[in-house]
Design a binder for this molecule. Structure first.
Ligand code: MTE
Length: 314
């Protein structure tokens, strides 16, 4: 790994987007980043102990778009803990999926630490077909199985003074080679407001295409904010912390001018380096118009009407 010794006149690394990330995202924009030629579906190691994730589909989440093929969605991933290419599916199989513990802590009445399978006994699973829009302008539509984040809010009972929720994800040096990029602010953490976490659309996923979420897509448990750019949806969640301080999350620390706290999808607000007006569908490569809040305005727009003076779309 080349080591870069910073000179006095250079920006701190935390203030600049690393070139390979820029190039990686640029490649995705050009449609060159795909490594799907082989098109194999990789089945997760260690998930054989996981309970069934079969669940009824919730018809409220009709995506209005064709499903993305499973092999596309599970072979084109962003997961920097495993590397900066889209082809991390095979190396991600190393992340053990069980035992897995999720901690709920911080400003809560009842801190909770539960094995994932015990947690799953306390919630009702449902399937939702959801659109996912990456900030890099590619998109997919996939069936997730899981439960609303609001179920965890009920379990932990945040204090009235808690205003934000931080989702911390696994940082396992034994299996994640990307952690050797030591200047990245590991562990990957992203946050939201309590209202956003309690919104019906905020979802904790344990299944994908009717099977346990494969490691490369965030198994064994991942949060989803379908109305926000995909980087807000942390994979392999280990800890959920309630706080009164607005968190500065992973991408915001790396490049705040490009990846902000809110990151709500908006086709009218370009990323500083590219347009967000359209998106490329994984698989077909078709370019389609991007929708405000990724098409979920009816669920979420009211949360933002009173927030003034902030860029809600970065
Ligand atoms: N979560 C972690 N822990 N690490 C990551 O690098 N990448 C994010 C998000 N969650 C990421 C993460 C980004 S940029 C996107 S677009 C989505 O995961 C990609 O999800 P997918 O690989 O399931 O499509």
């Amino acid at each position: 790994m080349p080591i870069h010794i910073r000179r006095g006149w250079e920006l701190p690394e935390s203030a600049a987007t690393p070139e390979h990330l820029v190039l990686g995202r640029r490649k995705a924009m050009l449609g060159l980043g795909s490594i799907l030629a082989a098109g194999t579906v990789i089945h997760p190691a260690g998930a054989q102990d996981a309970p069934s994730v079969a669940a009824m589909r919730n018809p409220r989440f009709e995506p209005g778009r064709a499903l993305t093929a499973e092999r596309e969605a599970t072979n084109y991933n962003n997961y920097y803990e495993f590397g900066t290419s889209k082809g991390v599916a095979s190396v991600a199989q190393r992340l053990p999926q069980r035992p897995w513990t999720v901690k709920l802590d911080g400003m809560v009445e009842t801190p909770v630490e539960l094995g994932l399978d015990d947690l799953l006994k306390k919630v009702s699973l449902e399937e939702r077909v959801l659109r996912h829009r990456c900030v890099e302008a590619w998109a997919m539509t996939v069936p997730w199985t899981g439960f609303p984040m609001s179920a965890l809010l009920k379990m932990a009972t945040p204090l009235a003074s808690a205003k934000y929720v931080v989702f911390e994800t696994a940082a396992d040096r034994a299996t994640m080679p990307g952690l050797r990029q030591s200047w990245f602010p590991w562990p990957y953490k992203e946050g939201c407001t309590i209202a956003e976490a309690g919104n019906e659309l905020c979802f904790m996923a344990v299944g994908l295409y009717g099977k346990p979420v494969p490691p490369q897509n965030g198994g064994p448990v991942r949060v989803l904010f379908p109305w926000k750019y995909g980087f807000k949806s942390g994979k392999a969640i280990t800890r959920i912390t309630f706080t009164d301080q607005r968190p500065v999350s992973f991408w915001e620390k790396l490049q705040a001018s490009e990846y902000g706290f809110w990151a709500n999808v908006n086709p009218q607000v370009p990323h500083p380096r590219w347009s967000q007006a359209r998106e490329r569908l994984l698989g077909s490569g078709e370019m389609v118009p991007t929708q405000l809040f990724n098409g979920y305005a009816d669920f979420v727009a009211s949360m933002y009407t009173d927030i003034k003076g902030e860029n809600l779309y970065l």
